[in-house]
Design a protein around this ligand. Sequence first.
Ligand SMILES: NC(=O)c1ccc[n+]([C@@H]2O[C@H](COP(=O)([O-])OP(=O)(O)OC[C@H]3O[C@@H](n4cnc5c(N)ncnc54)[C@H](OP(=O)(O)O)[C@@H]3O)[C@@H](O)[C@H]2O)c1
Length: 326
Amino acid sequence: MNRRPLGRTGLSVSEVGFGAWGISGAQWIGATEDESLRALHRAVDLGLNLVDTALAYGDGQSERIIGRLLKDRQADEVQVATKIPPQNLVWPASPDVPVSEVFPSDHIARACEKSLRNLDVERIDLLQLHVWHDRYLDQDGWRDALLGLKKSGKVRFVGVSVSEHDADSALRAASSGLFDAMQILYNIFDQRPSDRLLPLCLEHGVGVLARVPFDEGGLTGTISPESTFPEGDFRAGYFAGDRRRQVWQRTQALKTLLDGEAKTLPELALRFCLSHDAVATVIPGMRKTSRVEENCAAGDGRRLSPGLLAALKRHAWPRNFYEADE
Ligand SMILES: NC(=O)c1ccc[n+]([C@@H]2O[C@H](COP(=O)([O-])OP(=O)(O)OC[C@H]3O[C@@H](n4cnc5c(N)ncnc54)[C@H](OP(=O)(O)O)[C@@H]3O)[C@@H](O)[C@H]2O)c1
């Protein structure tokens, strides 16, 4: 597995990281703890060294499974990125709610302690704010608490998880010098981060984790008009109504671009993210060893040609499926 520098942190991270929302047992239904653990171990055996999780994923369950992984691996073999949930538990951040109600300093400290306990470690490699609004930069309270965790040694680096489909909301944050890394929704359908945010991250040495590379599974080509989801699975809403047919049509069109550069849609989707210089790692959601093996193979350092990237531009399809279907 090829590695890249994570911005100016000095960390060297695998091109493919492990998105660990799906293994939490909540919102994504179907993963078992043992199968998830096997998938994580297989990924690390294949050279993957970055796992992205969050305290909010299954109320700490994703972190606890990763804690079990860490117990059986060498020290520093795996870098863990986790996230502090907003205290009001509202995603995405609202412009009308002040940061004092979202990330008050005692909440930041408490959340960090819980994550340390769940992971059973003494230090978190990357601690990210799980929501972000540009207005937070002009408001006090959170900054000293977050940066204080770095000073105390409980956290090595800090970052933000940028609101989905709103990359420009993090432009000032990227150039603020406060954050070591950003986690950005970036995929073939939503290429807008490459307009401004990704170049700015590159300029300022902010490490980028490209998240949701498969558009929650849509870009893998496995979502069709007939797809069904277990009760309680978040994708039942994300791919509600006519959306499955729309996604299917889009992926059928994308298939015409498959050739020697990428033989499958998942490979195309991952290589697309990794073809941007600003991206340090792409973090697909994975729950099974078979997915891990397929996805890790895309971390071999090969990028898509300018011709194919230009063709992919024409397949951009910006919209927001996180909002309810009308
Ligand atoms: N606000 C935030 O901070 C935020 C929001 C969303 C995501 N994230 C992070 O980003 C990570 C990735 O996003 P995501 O997991 O939501 O979505 P994603 O990576 O875009 O898609 C995950 C889906 O793709 C499927 N998949 C994976 N590899 C595949 C392959 N080779 N072939 C076919 N299907 C494949 C998975 O299959 P299975 O169903 O079989 O597992 C799952 O259904 C998350 O795990 C999380 O760490 C952060």
